[in-house]
Design a protein around this ligand. Structure first.
Ligand code: AFP
Length: 341
């Protein structure tokens, strides 16, 4: 099985115009290997350091360390104009004339650091649009040139797309090399497994409450089959499972203050995951609209996020459509919905 570095060098020879992207992912993968080994060694990585990120989330030691490492990788690559991170209030400007902009969640799943649950790094790569680089990440997800996430778990894995399918690599624990495991992954179109933080049920808006309620009715309900639930609390771990065996992930907006647009960030979480998922034949929306068509206005803006098996994402959209059309009040729709004939 071919190693990532070898595959990237072959691509560089075939498509020299993508040399910058290849330089960047070569540097990022090298750093991810270091971060993976730091995590595996344990230690007091989950302690809060007294600071907060732009959105007021307490920063953990590993959040800051991972951010330092990946910022260093961006600098070393020599191809990044601006570095936009969950851990940085504003974009870090590196080189006005460099071709790429990176948006990153350096350490996703911080609340799982101390309990040995999979965590990860999520990366979006955009073209440098020129002008004010503080605005350079304000591009729709369809403009992405590449997206990736690393999962630091029992295995360290990498899901990567350069726009021609999503490939899965696994890091060899001895050599530290990322080796190609599966090329052009395809996410199952159908699923009977959903992922949502059910403790927020009382906070959900009507469409999600109705959608989940119908799943819980199982074979006695309108879906006429039973469903299973998984929720890891690490986006990258739930996403990796969905790539592997299908499923639908939901982090909807809800009634809690600051959660009207959910918890996840558009630029460095939803957009890269959506690009990877669509490249694998899945779908990603905010419940109704396609994620990759949304135009960001602020680096840390949030979005509701529903992604995974295409058919199930469409089911969620049908419940949203009923509410928009006021049909969810009709007794006719108490046991079926637009998606069912
Ligand atoms: P942390 O990085 O603060 O742990 O948040 C992780 C995350 O952004 C995402 O990875 C999870 O899917 C989601 O939050 C879990 O959110 P809840 O803790 O509200 O379930």
């Amino acid at each position: 099985m071919i190693a990532l570095d070898e595959r990237l060098q072959l691509l560089k020879a075939e498509q020299p115009e993508r040399a910058a992207l290849i330089e960047l992912f070569t540097a990022l993968a090298a750093k991810a290997k270091e971060v993976s080994r730091i995590i595996a060694a344990g230690g007091d990585l989950g302690s809060t350091i007294g600071d907060q990120n732009a959105d007021g989330d307490a920063q953990k030691a590993l959040d800051v360390m991972a951010d330092d490492e990946f910022l260093d990788a961006a600098k070393l690559s020599g191809v990044v104009a601006a570095y936009c991170s969950e851990e940085q209030d504003r974009a870090v400007i590196l080189d006005q004339n460099a071709p790429l902009v990176i948006a990153i969640d350096p350490l996703d799943g911080s609340s799982n650091i101390d309990v040995n649950v999979s965590i990860g790094t999520i990366i979006s790569v955009l073209p440098n649009p020129g002008g004010d680089l503080q605005q350079s990440a304000m591009q729709s997800g369809d403009q992405q040139l590449a997206a990736a996430f690393f999962v630091y778990g029992p295995q360290t894995t990498l899901y990567l797309t350069l726009g021609e399918g999503t490939d899965l690599y696994r890091m060899d624990p001895i050599s530290g090399l990322f080796v190609l495991i599966e090329e052009r992954i395809e996410i199952a179109e159908e699923t009977s497994e959903y992922a949502i933080n059910a403790s927020n049920a009382r906070q959900w808006f009507t469409p999600i409450q109705r959608y989940i309620s119908d799943l819980l009715l199982g074979e006695e309900g309108p879906r006429e089959r039973n469903f299973n639930m998984r929720w890891i609390g690490s986006l990258v771990a739930d996403a990796g499972r969905i790539f592997n065996r299908g499923g639908v992930f939901l982090y909807p907006g809800d009634r809690r203050p600051k959660y009207e647009n959910g918890r996840l960030r558009l630029i460095y979480e939803a957009n890269p995951v959506a690009f990877l998922v669509e490249q694998a034949g899945g779908a990603a929306t905010d419940g109704a609209a396609r994620i990759l068509e949304k135009t960001p206005t602020e680096i840390h803006e949030r979005t509701a996020l529903v992604f995974g098996s295409k058919t199930e994402v469409r089911w969620v959209g049908s419940y949203e459509a009923e509410t928009r059309q006021g049909l969810d009040q009709s007794p006719l729709f108490s046991h079926r919905n637009l998606f069912r004939s």
